[in-house]
Design a protein around this ligand. Structure first.
Ligand code: ADP
Ligand code: MG
Length: 678
């Protein structure tokens, strides 16, 4: 009897295998059918011909029409990859990963083989890779090693309308490369608008535009401004879910924190509604979401259920989720803002532009007629929103790109071929900062330290912190800190029902009021001592995923140290040397305590506060250095460490004079002086 059973099992296995093969084949065939149904498919031959005839081509087509996933495949099928890779840039890392995964699937190959992606600190490509999706920032870095992009036959600057800083810099560089590499094809692809502007910039390159498929979208405004857009968004989702016919919902939030809190809130309220309503599947999507979960947003919604996607701007044009019928648009996004006068940079929640609002609404009408709920008034839309989003190059700190351009041998930045030039002040500020960091000399030339700094794919202040750690013999500690600061997303985990435990666990790392940077170092080294134990992370309320990412980043930084010939050295007994390295990089970010418990930034006085999550928020040291400023209810400093004021003169003599660091607070101050100064 047993043998019969075994035989049956064997046949079962064979059947299963055969049907799996069959299923795979039909899945692939189905995918090919989907490919053929995309709007771009009808223009395949014309597009390939235009690429053949012109070196530079501007391509315009609606979001979701197949530009990003199809054009590289068409080029591959037409033989372009025989001469070199096809590179396709994306402004966002999630988009690069997700699109590459999709294209690999459509081609029936393993991700990382013929189709791969490259984002900062994560290279998923191999020798076989011919279609390479990457962030615009990564192509910029590749240019440092391969200034003529010799390994590429085609470069597609995709999502050009987003006008990120890296995309804008790439424009200038690839335009130049195309002049001396007539065999390189350059495609500038954009979802909307501005096609003429791109064409003018690229020496009147022809525009290839094709119609998408758009269904009407009904726009609804609120009658009065919403006091709390988070709450309004959730109420709107629930109202749609209860009242409107089936069809998925897409809601735009400004970041991970908002999305997480909306998710929790929605779940709670759904529970409150009981079992009479249909199933609502909640799918978050934001930059730091782990890739396993990213794929979930693309899974088809089960019959009878509804999906609600809680997304950042990523879903505005970079990612297309099929089946969306309702869009909820609170009208905000998180933007970097930069004051070129003070050199201060901060993240701000800002109203979106009309162009963004139009894109967002358009997401509802891709597969059938849809509805868009704007959580602002029509008056608001007509009178308060800007026409277009200001290109990033005009609202950001330029130190990082100036350093990259300098290492590419481009010295005349004022005359760099910007599509929209940055304010001259911002360029000057960037040069001043790089000079103060010791990356440039008085003539504006790259120094040895500057050349080393440029090797790191990090902000120049972080790179400086690493490069200087050589001098203080603590590179081992400093790269751990740099890695922990670079992971994005939070390290500590704080579940609602265990906040006290979580806070206690966190405070353990702050024993001795060592400051947030050293606390991060302690977290990393303790985890390393447990041989990277997951259990340890659970016990200490630490996000395993963030830690694993920190380890990857750290490994790469270690490799880069070797490249710039800095030895790994450890100086754990002398934590001040670690602190000095931090200050040597972050001296522009210093602040001094005021009478009322707030701080004032030293160089360009501005009132700031220690973030409540900081280990020093109750300690209030007199002098602090911070990693970044975040504006929420107040302007908060995140990741704070105490410093000795005399270090500023020692480490940044071009930046600080004695008068800046005199400890005025130690002198008697009249009562209320702090307040008057606010
Ligand atoms: P465009 O670049 O013109 O905006 P895309 O090439 O990104 O268009 O999208 C074409 C189609 O491919 C869309 O219908 C989209 O839903 C689908 N698609 C893209 N990425 C994925 C993915 N990761 N999973 C499933 N479908 C995807
Ligand atoms: Mg696209």
């Amino acid at each position: 009897k047993e043998s019969v059973m075994a035989g049956e099992n064997y046949e079962d296995v064979m059947d299963a295998k055969q049907s799996q093969d069959l299923a795979e084949k039909t899945a692939l065939e189905e995918l090919q059918e989907v490919r053929r149904s995309l709007p771009i498919y009808g223009y395949r031959e014309q597009l390939l011909q235009a690429v053949e005839e012109h070196q530079v081509l501007v391509i315009v087509g609606d979001t979701g029409s197949g530009k990003t996933t199809q054009i590289p495949q068409y080029l591959h099928e037409a033989g372009y990859t025989k001469r070199g890779k096809v590179g396709c840039t994306q402004p966002r890392r999630v988009a690069a990963m997700s699109v590459a995964a999709r294209v690999a699937q459509e081609m029936g190959v393993k991700l990382g083989h013929e189709v791969g992606y490259s984002i900062r600190f994560e290279d998923c490509t191999s020798d076989k890779t011919v279609l390479k999706y990457m962030t615009d920032g990564m192509l910029l870095r590749e240019l440092l090693g391969e200034p003529d992009l010799a390994s590429y036959s085609v470069v597609i600057v995709d999502e050009a309308h987003e006008r990120t800083l890296s995309t804008d810099i790439l424009f200038g560089l690839v335009k130049d490369i195309a002049r001396f590499r007539p065999d390189l094809k350059l495609l500038i692809s954009s979802a909307t608008m501005d096609a003429e502007k791109f064409s003018d910039y690229f020496d009147t390159a022809p525009i290839f535009s094709f119609p998408g498929r758009r269904y009407p979208v009904e726009i609804n405004y609120t009658t009065a401004p919403e006091a709390d857009y988070m709450d309004a968004a959730i109420v709107t989702v629930l109202t749609i879910h209860v009242r409107e016919p089936l069809g998925d919902i897409l809601v735009f939030f400004t970041g991970q924190e908002e999305i997480e809190s909306a998710e929790e809130n929605l779940k709670q309220r759904i529970r409150g509604l009981g079992t009479k309503i249909r199933e609502l599947i909640i799918c978050p999507i934001y930059a730091n979401l782990p890739s396993e979960l990213q794929a979930k947003i693309f899974e088809p919604t089960p019959e009878g259920a509804r999906k609600v996607v809680l997304a950042t701007n990523i879903a505005e044009t970079s990612l297309t989720i099929d089946g969306i019928k309702y869009v909820v648009d609170p009208g905000f996004s998180k933007m970097k803002s930069y004051n070129p006068r003070t050199g201060m940079e901060s993240l701000l929640i800002t109203p979106i532009s009309k162009a963004s609002a139009t894109q967002r609404a358009g997401r509802a009408g891709r597969t059938s007629a849809g509805k868009c709920y704007r959580l602002y008034t029509a008056f608001n839309y007509n009178n308060d929103l800007e026409e277009n989003t200001v290109p990033e190059v005009q609202r950001t700190n330029l130190a990082s790109v100036v350093l990259s351009l300098k290492s590419l041998g481009i010295h005349d930045l004022i005359n760099f071929d910007f599509m929209d030039p940055p304010p001259a002040e911002a360029l000057v500020k960037a040069l001043e900062l790089l000079f103060a960091l010791g990356a440039l000399n008085k003539l504006g030339e790259l120094t040895k330290a500057g050349r080393r700094m440029a090797e790191f794919p990090l902000d120049p202040m972080l790179s400086k912190m690493i490069v200087v750690s050589d001098k203080y013999k603590c590179s081992d500690e400093v790269i751990s800190i740099a890695a922990m600061l670079s992971v994005g997303g939070s390290i500590f985990y704080r579940p609602k029902d265990k906040q006290v435990h979580a806070d206690n666990a966190r405070m353990n790392f702050h024993t001795g009021n060592v400051g947030d940077h050293i606390a991060l170092l302690k977290v990393y080294s303790s985890w390393k001592e447990t041989n990277y134990s997951t259990q340890w992370c659970y016990e200490n309320y630490i996000q395993v995923r963030s830690m694993k990412r920190a380890r990857d980043v750290r490994d790469q930084l270690e490799g880069l140290l070797e490249r710039v010939e800095i030895e790994i050295s450890s100086n754990l007994n002398e934590l001040d040397s670690v602190r000095k390295s931090i200050v040597a990089g972050f001296f522009p970010h210093t602040a001094k305590l005021q009478k009322n418990g707030s701080y004032r930034t030293v160089k360009h006085p501005q009132t700031v506060h220690i973030h409540p999550n900081s280990g020093l928020s109750q300690v209030l040291p007199r002098w602090v250095v911070y990693h970044e400023l975040v504006l929420t209810s107040k302007e908060y400093m995140r990741q704070v460490t105490e410093l000795k004021p005399e270090w500023l003169i020692e480490l940044a003599p071009h930046y600080y004079q004695q008068k800046d660091v005199e400890d005025a607070a130690s002198k008697k101050m009249p009562k209320g002086a702090g307040k008057a100064a606010m």
